[in-house]
Design a protein around this ligand. Structure first.
Ligand code: HQG
Length: 184
């Protein structure tokens, strides 16, 4: 694996899951001090401000954001630690997508999409992004989500700064499997 990808995974792990691993502190909204983060990562990876900015605005999607004064940084989605990102509830597009792996399909067929270790279930506006998220876990299975129906039924959605949609749970009635451009 490319060293910058490894470094990005490490920084994401700190900002989303285990800040204590490097002794950084996240405030209640998930922010941490940029200089402190760089200093605490450096024994392991040659992180600089420029590299942190590159990691933040990744090729496929944004992952971190900086405060207006540039002194703080936080992950914009993906957290397992309890933080309040302050995203406003928002009406989603009529359809959203979720990429997963076939090994999970039986369980998803029974329980719907669960947030597992994270604070939210993560959904994509765009099918390509859902594909690449799903492939991380194994043989891809793609789900369509009837977000308009969920919203009408009172489920809450949040759009992260990265454009990823967050919700608490997607029950089976709102899901369908997408196969080769056909739906079943
Ligand atoms: C699956 C990354 C069994 C779910 C990504 C997924 C995303 C179930 C896995 C963001 C299930 C959890 C989040 C059920 C859901 N039974 N398995 N009932 N319900 N699952 O990594 O959505 O790229 O926690 O389908 O790109 O894959 O790092 O969630 O396969 O946006 O910025 O359980 O994290 O962001 O896996 O990924 P994850 P995810 P970055």
């Amino acid at each position: 694996m490319d060293n910058n990808i490894r470094m990005g995974k490490y920084v994401s792990m700190l900002l989303r899951h285990h800040p204590e691993e490097a002794g950084i502190i996240l405030d209640e909204h998930g922010w941490t001090d940029v200089d402190d983060l760089i200093e605490k990562v450096q024994p392991r990876y040659p992180l600089t401000l420029e590299l942190l900015q590159e990691l933040a605005y990744g090729k496929d999607k944004q992952r971190y954001e900086f405060s207006d004064d540039g002194k703080k940084v936080r992950a914009v989605h993906g957290h397992s630690v309890e933080v309040d990102l302050g995203y406003e509830e928002k009406q989603p597009p009529s359809v959203l997508y979720h990429g997963s792996a076939t090994k999970f399909s039986e369980s998803i067929g029974q329980k719907g999409l669960l947030k597992q270790n994270r604070q939210f279930v993560h959904l994509s506006e765009n099918i390509e992004q859902a594909r690449s998220v799903g492939r991380r876990h194994g043989k891809l299975i793609l789900y369509g989500i009837k977000a308009d129906e969920m919203y009408k039924d009172g489920h809450k959605f949040y759009r992260s700064t990265s454009g990823v949609w967050l919700t608490d749970h997607v029950s089976v009635q709102y899901l369908w499997i997408i196969r080769e451009g056909r739906s079943i």
